[in-house]
Structure formats: C-alpha cells, structure tokens
Design a protein around this ligand. Structure first.
Ligand code: ATP
Ligand code: MG
Length: 451
C-alpha cells in the first residue's frame, strides 16, 4: 500500500479500463486516503471518515470492471455485493449485515494463507521428521540393557536414520506404503440461512456434529504412500503452527482498517413513490444499509466488527431512476459522485485492442487453442468499432458489451467450423467486417436478434 500512490492506481487501472478518468481518480484518492489516515497520529485518526463513492453511468461502461480490477490491485479485504440481492425473494430477511461477515471470511482466509506461508519452512522440517519417524521408528528402551548396549544401539540408529533421510530427500521412498493415523475431518461447515441472521447457529451445529465423528486418532489408521503421508502431516503441522486467535485478530483488524465493499447495482434498491410490495423492501434495504455505511458494530462469530472505516464504493446505472431517488440519508453517506460517460466509437476501438485481456486478445488466444492464427487488419478494428457504435445508437446503448455480440456475430462461422475445417490462419479485413455486419445492421429485425 505504501507504494500505491493515486497516480499509480490510475495507471494500473488504465491497463484495463479505457477512459473514465474521473471515476478512476476518485477511487484512487479514496484508496490513498485510507493509507493516509492510518499514518495520522492521535485522536484525529478516528475522526477521518472514508470517502464513500457512487459511480453513476449507463450500462456497460466500466463500473463493475473498475471494481473487479481494483480488487486485484489492493492488498485489502474486498468484496463486491449486488445491492439488489438483498431484495430478492429467498434472500428476504437475509440481513444486510451478512456482507460484513462475508468480508470477514475473506480476510480470514487471506490471513490464514499468509500465515501458513510464513510457517511453511518450519512445518516442513517437522513434517519431514515425523514422516521419517514413521518409516524408521525410534527403538524403545529394553529393560536391563547396559549403557554400552544402549549407546551402540543409538549409534546404529543414527547411522541408519541418516541414510533414511537421504533416501527420503531424494524422493526414493515416495512410493513405499506406511500406516498413518489421519486426523478426523473437521466438522464440515454447514451454512444455515437463518431468518434472524444469527449465524452463530451454524457454529453450534458444527460443534454438535463434531460429536458424531470419531475423535480418537487411533480410530482412523490408513495405509498410504509416503508422499501422501508427508503431505498430510505437513498440513497438520502447518495448521498447528498457525495460531487461530492471531489469524482472527489480524483479519478483524484488516477488515476494520482496510476493508472495501463494492455495492453494485445500487440503483436497483430505489423504490417508487407509491410504496407497495417490493418497493417497501427496497427502501427497507436502503435503511438497513445506513448504519453499516455510517459505521456501526456488527456482531460476527469472530467478534464485533466496527464498520466505521470500511470504504464503500457504490455503482449503478440509474437508468430508470436518479441518485436523488435514494433516501436522503443514504445519499448523504456517499459524498462523492462520479459520472462515467458513455463510450464513443474511439473508446470502443481502444477497448477492442488495448486492455490487457481485450476481446481481440481473447479471441486470438481461443483460435490459437485450435492451432489457428487469428489476425485483425488495423482498419477492420476501426470498422468493428464503427458498427458497435452504430448499433448502440440504433438500439439501446449497452456500452462495451455490444462488442461481445458484434465479435461473436463476426466470428461465429469460424468458431463453429474449427477444428473440422482445416484452417491455419484467419485474417479479418475491413471488407470482411462490412460483408458480415452490414446486412445485420441494416435489417432492423435481424439486428434486434443478433446484436
Ligand atoms: N471503459 C472500459 N474499458 C474497457 N472495457 C470496458 C469498459 N467499459 C466496459 N468494458 C467492458 O464491458 C463489459 C461490461 O462492463 P461493466 O461490467 O463494467 O459494465 P457496468 O458499467 O458495470 O454496467 P451495468 O450498469 O450494466 O452493470 C466488461 O466486460 C468490460 O470488459
Ligand atoms: Mg455492473
């Protein structure tokens, strides 16, 4: 995070997202401000609140894409939640607080992975020793042995053990079979969607279930190959070395200090004036969100999480509604608004080529899987973008998603014929694009179905 300056964040996002500079800048500043807050000393640190952001813009212009890229960029617990999911049938009653618990789970697994990595070297030494102990157990002391006998026995043991270790390290014992005791499976995690959102129910059930499994190690002996035994033991040792309470406290700290929640589709929880049925539950969701966004204590089975400094980034197309239709209290909790612009022909052209995993790169890779080389002439790209822009203009503007439909219509023939028809190389030229797309675009009905 230290090196993740706002400019650097924008530069990273630029690798994937064309244009939308203002949104990128807002997100970059909000991220950096969190780091800045953490450098601040004294009481004032608690007073600095995150710059919650709403990204507004038509469909398919990069809102969700920004979130996806951001999540890989920041080394912080991050989740993307569709606000609409809280109004869905079946989710009713699944409270909004569950996103904090989900964030905590993500942080836990990140921290656990990290900490497991840190103890790997030690765990490997221990696992190696234990595996060799099984292969060549230490000899028990026999009564009435003389000192001399004990010493020679020990020396012999050490000598042989050394040989054993060498063989083990060379992997020559891997296929030999040994008997190990498998530790009982941890009681499986049973998730229960309880109407009250009391997720500690699943904890209790987990503990109850534990009673059904044999817990004595000797109950579960198993013959396995040495390589597998080593893997098992290594896992056991890693788990033992990672301290559970340290994992929890570190994860909790990261959630509270660095956590980011991307609330997508926030426009879907705008209700109408005439409040009936689903609309009631929509504004209900908005009201449920208020305390969490503002900062409140959310109980989880790992303790209480304070949400005050979690950064919220919301996004919505607001095609049928306006941000001002959100209840005012919620609007107030997202002080920063950025509009994303709809995509021009030139943007679309860049989107086809520039991003690290642009559509043309994706198709080239897919053709390559069939051993076909796919090329695009420069002016063919221009032409594809022109048709995409035209289709967006003629029908709904679905932004860059239009490129997906256009590309599919353009390449469908090859996608179907490979690999049966032996082709080595396909070059998409401007005239090919015109030939393929002109008819579709001109025919109103055809374009409705195909593009
Ligand atoms: N500015 C852009 N730069 C690069 N790719 C983009 C851009 N905008 C959209 N795309 C591509 O278009 C697809 C759809 O974009 P995205 O999911 O971000 O839409 P959105 O703005 O979230 O729309 P919606 O409001 O419908 O959710 C993505 O797969 C993305 O690759
Ligand atoms: Mg989206």
């Amino acid at each position: 995070m230290n090196e993740l300056t706002p400019k650097k964040i924008v530069r990273e996002l630029d690798k994937y997202i064309i244009g939308q500079k203002k949104a990128k800048v807002a997100v970059a500043i909000a991220l950096r401000n969190r780091w800045r807050r953490q450098q601040v000393k004294g009481d004032i640190q608690q007073e600095i609140m995150p710059n919650n952001i709403i990204l507004i813009g038509p469909t398919g212009v990069g809102k969700t894409e920004i979130a996806r890229r951001l999540s890989r960029l920041v080394n912080a617990p991050f989740i993307k939640v569709e606000a609409s999911k809280f109004t869905e049938v079946g989710y009713v009653g699944r409270d909004v607080e569950s996103m904090i618990r989900e964030l905590m789970n993500i942080a836990l697994s990140e921290v656990r992975t990290e900490m497991t990595g840190e103890v790997q070297a030690l765990a490997k030494i221990k696992a190696r020793n234990r595996t060799i102990d099984i292969l060549y157990p230490r000899q028990p002391v026999v009564p009435n042995e003389t000192e001399e006998e004990i010493r020679t026995k020990k020396e012999r043991y050490e000598r042989n053990r050394e040989k054993m270790e060498k063989l083990f390290d060379a992997g020559e014992l891997n296929d030999r079979e040994v008997e190990i005791s498998i530790s009982p499976p941890r009681p499986s995690h049973i998730e229960i969607f309880s109407p009250t959102g009391m997720e500690n129910i699943d904890l209790q059930i987990g503990e109850m279930m534990a009673g059904f499994f044999p817990t004595k190690k000797s109950d579960r002996k198993k013959k396995v190959k040495v390589s597998e035994a080593y893997k098992n033991i290594l896992e056991e040792e890693s788990n033992r070395l990672v301290k559970k309470d340290k994992v929890i406290s570190e994860a909790k700290n990261r959630v509270e200090e660095d956590g980011i929640i991307f609330l997508d589709e926030i426009d879907k929880i705008v209700g109408n004036e005439n409040r009936t049925g689903a609309d009631v539950s929509r504004s209900g969701v908005q009201r449920d969100l208020l305390p969490i966004v503002e900062g409140s204590n959310v109980p989880t089975k790992y303790g209480i999480i304070d949400t005050s400094h979690i950064l919220f980034i919301a996004a919505g197309a607001f095609s049928a509604s306006k941000p001002s239709d959100l209840i005012p209290e919620l609007q107030g909790r997202f002080p920063i608004r950025e509009e994303l612009s709809s995509l021009s022909k030139d943007d679309l052209k860049k989107i086809l080529v520039y991003p690290k995993s642009s559509l043309t790169k994706q198709y080239t890779a897919m053709f390559a899987s069939e051993n076909v080389k796919l090329n695009f002439d420069d002016d063919s790209i221009e032409e594809i973008a022109r048709y995409a822009a035209k289709a967006n203009e003629k029908m709904e503007d679905i932004g860059a998603r239009r490129l997906h439909t256009i590309m599919n219509a353009l390449l469908e023939k090859f996608l179907f014929e490979m690999p049966d028809k032996k082709i080595k190389e396909v070059t998409i030229s401007k005239s090919f694009v015109i030939k393929k797309l002109d008819k579709i675009i001109k025919d109103e009905d055809l374009s409705k179905y195909i593009l």
